[in-house]
Design a binder for this molecule. Structure first.
Ligand code: ADP
Ligand code: MG
Length: 159
């Protein structure tokens, strides 16, 4: 996996295994750690089983090595921390239906405290920051293990 820079975005990468998807996540984490101008909120989109959690595992392998990544399906948010690094907050928005639901997990306080990555951002269009990274993963039939991962920067239009 080549290094990613902000100038490469938007970029679409093809992977053929969960390990390759993790490697893309790890490359994005190195970009985040190395470039202060990189947005620190990652909004993820893609169907069940497409590889969002695999991608987060790659992010965490750089940002919080040694911490196990599990899907925060019931907890809604997992924190991965190691000494000397910004924490990584991993959200699963699948069960979020309203701003009140987000308020109840203290969502507003997380972006200032570390890097946020959220699965199922389809559910929270009303809560995205002004500038964020978008990661979209889609399957590529007929190959069962092939995925396309598109990473781009999204900014609220000036008006
Ligand atoms: P999600 O979080 O999007 O629901 P997971 O990361 O939990 O998805 O699971 C992805 C599943 O797809 C795993 O079973 C993984 O082994 C499989 N898989 C097959 N090919 C890939 C690939 N190229 N990238 C990511 N996962 C893949
Ligand atoms: Mg998941």
């Amino acid at each position: 996996m080549q290094e990613l820079t902000l100038k490469d975005l938007p970029v679409t990468l093809t992977t053929r295994s969960p390990e390759e998807t993790e490697a893309v996540g790890a490359a994005l984490a190195r970009l985040l750690e190395g470039d202060k101008s990189c947005p620190t909120f990652i909004a993820m989109y893609g169907d069940l089983g497409v590889g969002k959690t695999a991608f987060v595992r790659g992010l965490a392998s750089v940002m919080a090595p040694g911490r196990g990544v599990r899907s925060p399906t019931f907890s809604l948010v997992n924190e991965y921390r190691v000494a000397g690094k910004k924490p990584l907050f991993h959200f699963d928005m699948y069960r979020i239906e309203s701003e009140d639901d987000l308020y109840s997990i203290g969502f507003d306080d997380y972006p200032d405290a570390g890097v946020c990555v959220a699965e199922w951002c389809e559910k929270i269009p009303f809560a995205l920051p002004e500038v964020y990274l978008e990661v979209r993963i889609v399957k590529c039939p007929p190959e069962v293990d092939m995925r396309q991962i598109t990473i781009s920067i999204k900014e609220a239009p000036l008006c």
